[in-house]
Write a protein that binds this ligand. Structure first.
Ligand code: ADP
Ligand code: ADP
Ligand code: MG
Length: 456
């Protein structure tokens, strides 16, 4: 069952990240790429590279047949989907396995169960995890939704069962808004996710986003502690930390145990993340969803635990039992990741594709840069604007913040606007330093920090 040849079905920084672990394990890599990505770093790093189509994701990175054909043509025996694109596509996972290859992730069945966010809620509830008050399963009609929303008290969220990446979520304040927005939400969900099913959750105010990293081999499941991802814009994470900030040990233990319980209940296999909303005031926590893939922010967990998550994913996909036991996992120090996007914070985060004219990548003690850019690289306009992730580690949060400031000062990119200037300001903020923030904090801060952006 050993994996000898791995096809990387993704692009950008995560493709580079996967190739790095594969190489350390003696696994050959095949990188697929679109017409827009011939110059991306993963293409030159991989042992082989194969063009799979047009720049538009639907015609390349989302084209299941083209990727399977590439795997067949090159003799790959496994496919790593990274995150986004086909990573949570249950049919793709089934097709890969059906072709006799290993899909580096859970089974299609598990992805189907957890990818449907309403079903995942039901499974979590059944496993004994607290979930956000809301509908049991999808809502059949506006009337049924109104009845549930009335019971749980407004404001409520209308969520698409197939949503992800911060999309497919609307907050409504009263029945009138509910009646108006529910049909729009349904149409939008159908267009964006190919599934128009919706469910309802109460809005949990002033909550933190805490998630637990899981590794499981189908029989055993362990956790690699938690990450704090409360700094968000439009429900997308922009700054992540491990461990979480100001969280009592007993609450941390409880969350980690709950995540393992869920992983065991569904006989999970692979790396996964169980996401929670956590109320710092009361200690109450609620399951929100499970992501059945490697996450963008996985490096902060790697920095504090010393465990290579991509390596473990590949090992599990090769059919080996977990090589780490729960007692082997401990965290040391503190890690912070910031997502460097080609976007202009002063212009409402307008994407800025273009040419990287010159570049200085930060380095030195405790600094890691997971990126996919170089001087002269032309950032294509077709994909999301993540250029790289700057990750720091230090003995505690205060020194990690100082290191982040130093590393951001070293980061110099001429040619396009990036979000680094925003992070440099955040590092010095008193609330950030004191750990006084929740999932609503950053948007409020942005309105004050960039007042002119709101008018755009
Ligand atoms: P993470 O928790 O790993 O940060 P994100 O929610 O930011 O996860 O998503 C990671 C990537 O996957 C992003 O590129 C995001 O746009 C994409 N993504 C996640 N779920 C979906 C989905 N259902 N549809 C489209 N893109 C998605
Ligand atoms: P996605 O699948 O897009 O990642 P999630 O359900 O994980 O969506 O939610 C993304 C973010 O939206 C959360 O991290 C949180 O900030 C916010 N959110 C989601 N559900 C709720 C809720 N019930 N109450 C308050 N905020 C929520
Ligand atoms: Mg989420």
């Amino acid at each position: 069952m050993a994996i000898r040849k791995l096809l990387v079905a993704n692009r950008g920084e995560i493709a580079v990240r996967i190739i790095r672990s594969a190489r350390e394990m003696g696994i050959n890599t095949i990188q697929v790429y679109s017409d827009a990505d011939a110059d991306m770093p993963a293409v030159s790093m991989a042992d082989e590279a194969l063009n799979i189509g047009r720049p538009q994701a639907a015609r390349s990175y989302l084209n299941r047949e083209a990727i399977l054909e590439a795997a067949r043509a090159t003799g790959a025996d496994a496919v790593h989907p990274g995150y986004g694109f086909l990573a949570e596509d249950a049919d793709f996972a089934d097709a890969v396995e059906g072709a006799g290859l290993r899909f580096v992730g859970p089974s299609g069945k598990t992805i189907r169960q957890m990818g449907d966010k309403a079903r995942a809620r039901t499974l979590a509830l059944r496993a004994g995890l607290p979930t956000v008050p809301g509908s049991t399963g999808p809502i059949d009609s506006v009337e049924a939704g109104l009845a549930i929303a009335g019971e749980i008290v407004y404001p409520v969220m209308i969520k698409a069962v197939g949503g992800g990446g911060g999309r497919g979520i609307r907050t409504v304040a009263n029945p009138k808004e509910f009646s108006r927005q529910a049909p729009q939400a349904r149409a939008e969900a159908r267009a964006a996710f190919g599934d128009d099913a919706l469910y309802i959750e109460k809005v949990i105010d002033s909550a933190c986003h805490i998630e637990v990293q899981i590794l499981a081999d189908g029989e055993c499941a362990i956790h690699l502690f938690e990450r704090e991802c409360s700094l968000q814009r439009r429900r997308q994470k922009v700054w992540e930390e491990a461990p979480s900030v100001n969280m009592p040990q007993e609450n941390r233990d409880e969350l980690c145990a709950a995540a393992v319980k869920l992983a065991k209940a569904v006989n999970y296999r692979g790396a996964g993340t169980v996401e929670f909303l956590y109320d710092r005031q009361t200690g109450q926590y609620y399951f929100i969803e499970m992501n059945t893939r490697i996450q963008v922010e996985h490096p902060v967990t790697e920095m504090v635990t010393g465990i290579d998550l991509v390596r473990e994913m590949l090992s599990i996909a090769a059919g080996r039992p977990l090589e780490i036991s729960q007692q082997d996992v401990a965290t040391r120090g503190h890690s912070i990741e910031v997502r460097l996007n080609a976007e202009d914070p002063a212009r409402n985060f307008l994407p800025c594709p273009g040419i990287v004219e010159s570049l200085n990548i930060p380095n030195g003690p405790g600094v890691r840069f997971d990126g996919a850019i170089y001087p002269g690289y032309i950032i294509p306009p077709f994909y999301d604007s993540l250029l790289g992730k700057l990750v720091v580690w230090n003995i505690d949060r205060e020194t990690a913040l100082a290191r982040l400031a130093r590393a951001l000062d070293e980061f110099k990119l001429v040619g396009v606007s990036t979000t680094s200037s925003l992070f440099r300001r955040l590092v010095d903020d008193e609330d950030i330093r004191a750990g006084r923030f929740d999932t609503g904090w950053l948007e409020k801060w942005l309105r004050e920090a960039y007042p002119e952006a709101g008018a755009l």
